[in-house]
Each structure stands twice: as C-alpha cells, then as structure tokens.
Design a protein around this ligand. Structure first.
Ligand SMILES: [Cu+2]
Length: 156
C-alpha cells in the first residue's frame, strides 16, 4: 500500500511537472506548430503538384485536340493576300499543321471563331501555324479585320 501511495504521489508530481511544462514550453510548442504548418502546406502542395501533372496532359490533350497554335513546320500552306484567306475553303487532315503566311502590308491573324485558338498578329512575310487534332469544319476570321472570314475543313 505505501508503494502505491508513493507511486500515486509520483504520478501527481509527474502531472504537476507536466502541467508546468506546457506553460514553460509554450514558445517551443508554438515554434513546433509553426514548423509543422509549412510542412503541412508542403505536404498539401505536393499532392496538388502530383495531381496536376496527372490531369494536365489529358486536359492539354483534349484542349489541343481541336486546335492549338504551333511552331512546327506547316504541313498545309495557306496565304493571306489582299485581305482574303487562300485557299478557301482550306482542306486539311487531322494532325495537319496549317501555316498562314501574310503577304499583305497590313497585319492579319487567323483566329477560330469559337474557342481561343488563333495565330499571333502576323506582319508581312510572317507565318502563323495552327495544328488541328480533330475533324470538323472550323470557321475563322482575322481579329484585326473581322470582315475577313475563312473556313478550315479538317477530315480524318
Ligand atoms: Cu486582317
């Protein structure tokens, strides 16, 4: 029985020390929590970082499926001359890269009516290219001269 009492008092003493130590170690524990939060943020960021490489290729693949600006050599050549696209309509196959070369002194673009796909503003002599990854009929225009209209017919 005395040993139990001693053990009990020892436990009380330990609790007393434990009760004391949080007050004494308040700064270290807050430092520990500050140290923990960056690691928590890092661990939270890494799943997001690992998730985006998984999702972005499929998203990029589907986004580039219809049309995407390209720096590749054109497989189908087109011209912009006298404020008109040529040929019209323009025929291409899925996977083709259509390159429009501007022969006018005025700048032009080849920009799809739907979506965000288009060339940059092309100075005289410059070529802008779009790669088509899906069959369809794509109406396009010049952003600078909206009355300039054309069609790209992409087939399998
Ligand atoms: Cu134009």
């Amino acid at each position: 029985m005395p040993r139990i009492i001693l053990a009990a008092t020892a436990l009380i003493a330990i609790f007393a020390l434990a009760a004391c130590s949080p007050g004494a170690s308040a700064r270290p524990s807050s430092a520990a929590s500050q140290a923990a939060s960056p690691s928590a943020a890092a661990s939270a960021a890494s799943p997001a970082a690992s998730a985006s490489p998984d999702s972005s290729p499929s998203a990029a693949g589907s986004a580039s499926a219809a049309c995407a600006p390209s720096t590749d050599d054109a497989t189908v050549d087109a011209t912009i001359a006298d404020f008109a696209f040529d040929p019209e309509p323009l025929q291409a196959k899925v996977g083709d890269t259509v390159g429009w070369t501007n022969e006018d002194a005025a700048p032009h673009t080849a920009t799809l009516d739907e979506g965000d796909c288009g060339t940059e503003s092309l100075a005289q002599g410059a070529t802008g290219a779009l790669t088509f990854g899906a069959a369809g009929t794509y109406a396009y225009h010049c952003e600078i001269h909206p009355n300039m209209k054309g069609t790209v017919e992409v087939t399998e």
